[in-house]
Design a protein around this ligand. Structure first.
Ligand SMILES: Nc1nc2c(c(=O)[nH]1)N[C@H]1C(S)=C(S)[C@@H](COP(=O)(O)O)O[C@H]1N2
Ligand SMILES: [Mo]
Length: 203
């Protein structure tokens, strides 16, 4: 235990030196579970994924249809606003761009609200979601996503604080302007850049 902690601290110093840890973050070698509410049940027959709002024709994908979309791997770090970072996560899933190209976003679409189970939401600029590192992850480090980490599907947006990486995602809503999601309505920053320490709306 003691030995484990000194190993962690040594690694933390090393990663900090390499510029891998944003200011105010410490390294975790575990994978904390953090969310509001309970872990939702998954039913492949009733699950769907909707893309709606400012699009020419909204789509609704079944679980089977979603799984037929092209997939890729993204290795990325995860930074939680409660000050832990977990580095080198290997995510596999469907890139955001593959999902969004199923609809034609209207030219006025600038922002998105991500919708998850139990009415969890989070807001992001559309151009940020279009980055090649934004993924709807189905797998983590070679295995299926554990239920408490978002099974069957979670968003991964590595360059922003992890509250933007919604677990148990069910849809994308395209909007003309920015609107606050769940944590953003509760005092968190509208954007959430960990390198600028954009933790709270006062930062
Ligand atoms: N649906 C949902 N997704 C969520 C949250 C939540 O409360 N509900 N919490 C976020 C926060 S604050 C963090 S740090 C990460 C944690 O992911 P993990 O539990 O897989 O480590 O999930 C994010 N995604
Ligand atoms: Mo978090």
């Amino acid at each position: 235990m003691l030995w484990e902690n000194s190993e962690r601290r040594q690694l933390e110093r090393q990663r900090r030196g390499e510029g891998r840890l944003p200011p105010g973050q410490s390294l975790t070698l575990k994978w904390p579970v953090l969310h509001y509410g309970s872990v939702p049940r998954f039913d492949a027959h009733t699950w769907d994924f909707r893309v709606f709002g400012l699009v020419d024709r909204p789509v609704r994908l079944t679980w089977e249809e979603f799984n037929r979309l092209p997939q890729r791997e993204v290795v990325a770090d995860m930074h939680c606003v409660t000050r832990w970072s977990r580095l080198d996560n290997r995510w596999e899933g469907v890139p955001f761009t593959e999902v969004i190209q199923l609809v034609t976003p209207k030219p006025e679409a600038r922002h998105a609200m991500i919708h998850a189970e139990q009415r969890y939401t989070t807001n992001l600029p559309l151009d940020n979601l279009l980055r090649p590192t934004t993924l709807f992850a189905l797998k983590h480090d070679g295995g299926l996503l554990p239920a408490e980490h978002g099974y069957p599907l979670r968003l991964v947006v590595p360059h922003l604080y992890a509250w933007k990486s919604a677990k148990w995602v069910r849809g994308i809503e395209l909007l003309p302007g920015d609107a606050a999601g769940f944590w953003e309505q509760n005092g968190y920053h509208m954007y959430g850049d960990p390198w600028k320490e954009q933790r709270f709306d006062t930062d």
